[in-house]
Design a protein around this ligand. Structure first.
Ligand code: SF4
Length: 513
């Protein structure tokens, strides 16, 4: 039995909230084997949305009965067996599509209900799970893709991420939150886990306490994108590593019990934070945790947007990690298997996902680097990619997503490759494409954000796919969302409009701008 809710006031609850009181999202896990036996037609329509708690969405069109599955990868770290198991799922059930998401997770498409129990078993066997990857619950926990390798990290956050992930995973006390809930925990000084756009983020900090220099975290709360985007606010507290679990539980409890449940569009933690402000939020937090020291010294230096291209020395002498570009985050199963083979041959079999939809292979000895770089697969999965395809991010889009207004992934890839041919720049341009305002592709933080809409065709004979263009997004120095340019562009003209825009930028930009 799930946690008995304190907030219940049925008159004010939205319809989803009322349904969640009748049927907790995690209950779907018990029903899936029965539905798998009975086939797609045995699933009542009102249960469809609850599959999200198992990490499953119905693909577009829903009536065809194909599912998308998102698999959690805390901190983005995958061992050899896990990578191979995921590649085999894509090969055996997912029509060979393997997507890396903007939260270090992995997504499959084209799954049928009959196949889900076997997929669950395969995941469990290697210590992975899709539970909680979607739905009103704690999602995959983002971490530092370089945790444990990074010469500049303040501490290795992998055990903390794992502990927090295991606590919230499948936890019925926290399976009915007002809305989705995203946590990042990283001690990387370049902020690759995008702290400011998470509901709850732990960022590196130090503080002198009783004459001793303590390495810990600062806390940012209430960030999130979608149609109304907010940057997280920092609370005036310092958190020791051993307090992260307690603080994460406290903030999540506040969200669960005080978060808004009247309107789905105003339910994320960011709205509670916007109303309360950081001081009131801190006061409430301390009611749960007891006193916490005030802020110490921030250790965040800048923002690398989650990109790690090239060969870099690890903190372990003689070992290196290699950052690779996966164009718009999509691989085939054969490519994943090949990368797994290479990671085992040259490293220790580990692969790490970053939230720029790319990956890296760690633990390569100095003397192996040159040989590794000669592997054929790096012709496409490049180590030093061109300036546009290397920095292009895209959401799933109309191919599979029910909310999408436009096609995105293939379009973004084609446009980025075209721009690499046409415009030679000395700096990368981060372009993010999304198919609707929900912004899974994090449009707001891009140098150039492209948001899909529908608009009347020139001849007014019907609707066409079009894009709004936003410029100047960053998470540098606390962050600033990009701003919309006037007008909208028919998708067919988008490549040339961007080409001209970027050529203008090239002519007029200052050096290194
Ligand atoms: Fe779907 Fe919109 Fe998210 Fe893209 S941003 S995956 S179109 S919900």
């Amino acid at each position: 039995m799930a946690y008995v809710k304190k907030w219940v006031n049925e008159e004010k609850l939205n319809d989803t909230e009322k349904e969640k009181l009748e049927y907790d999202g995690l209950e779907i896990l018990k029903d899936i084997p029965r539905y798998a036996e009975g086939g797609f037609d045995s699933i009542p329509k009102e249960r469809w949305p609850m599959f999200k708690w198992a990490g499953l969405y119905l693909q577009k069109p829903k009536e065809d009965g194909y599912f998308m599955m998102r698999v959690n990868v805390p901190s983005g770290v995958l061992n050899y067996e896990q990578t191979v198991a995921l590649a085999h799922i894509a090969r055996d059930y997912g029509r060979d599509v393997f997507d890396i998401t903007t939260r270090q997770a992995v997504q499959f498409h084209w799954l049928r209900i009959e196949e889900i129990p076997d997929i669950f078993q395969r995941l469990e066997k290697v210590g992975l799970s899709s539970t909680g990857a979607c739905g009103d619950i704690t999602r995959n926990i983002m971490g530092n893709p370089l945790a444990g390798l990074d010469p500049h990290e303040t501490l290795d956050t992998r055990p903390i991420v794992e502990e927090v992930y295991r606590f919230f995973q499948n936890n019925e006390d926290f399976s009915n939150l007002p809305r989705k809930y995203k946590i990042s925990i990283s001690s990387n000084v370049h902020n690759p886990a995008h702290a400011e756009i998470n509901d709850l983020a732990f960022v590196p900090a130090v503080k002198e306490i009783d004459g001793e220099k303590v390495i810990g975290f600062h806390l940012k709360v209430g960030g999130g994108l979608s149609a109304r985007a907010f940057l997280a606010e920092e609370l005036d507290v310092f958190i020791r590593p051993e307090q992260v679990m307690e603080v994460a539980i406290a903030v999540t409890t506040i969200f669960r019990d005080y978060g808004y449940r009247q309107k789905r569009t105003r339910a994320r933690l960011k709205f509670l934070m916007a109303d309360w402000g950081p001081e009131k939020f801190k006061e409430k937090l301390l009611e749960y945790t007891g006193p916490l020291p005030e802020r110490g010294e921030n250790q965040l230096k800048d923002w690398n947007a989650g990109f790690f291209y090239g060969v870099h020395a690890q903190k372990q002498e003689g070992l290196n990690y290699v950052g690779l570009n996966v164009p718009v985050g999509r691989l085939t199963s054969a490519e994943v298997l090949e990368l797994a083979r290479i990671s085992k041959k040259f490293g220790d079999g580990e692969i790490r996902n970053s939230n720029s939809q790319n990956l890296l292979i760690p633990n390569i000895p100095d003397e192996q680097v040159e040989v590794l770089l000669k592997e054929k697969i790096f012709d496409r999965i490049r180590i030093n990619p061109p300036k546009f395809i290397g920095y292009a991010v895209s959401c799933t889009g109309i191919e599979y997503c029910n909310l999408a207004l436009t096609e995105t992934k293939e379009r973004m890839r084609r446009i980025a490759e075209y721009l690499d041919e046409e415009v030679k720049l000395d700096v990368p341009v981060r372009m993010h494409m999304v198919g609707c305002p929900n912004s899974c592709g994090q449009r707001q933080i891009a140098d150039i954000g492209l948001q899909g809409i529908k608009m009347k065709s020139k001849e007014k004979s019907g609707m066409v796919e079009a894009f709004e263009i936003y410029v100047g997004g960053t998470l540098q120095d606390g962050g600033k969302f990009n701003e919309k340019l006037k007008g909208k562009i028919d998708g067919d003209y988008l490549p040339d409009v961007l080409r001209n825009f970027l050529l203008y930028f090239k002519e007029n930009k200052e050096s290194e701008e």
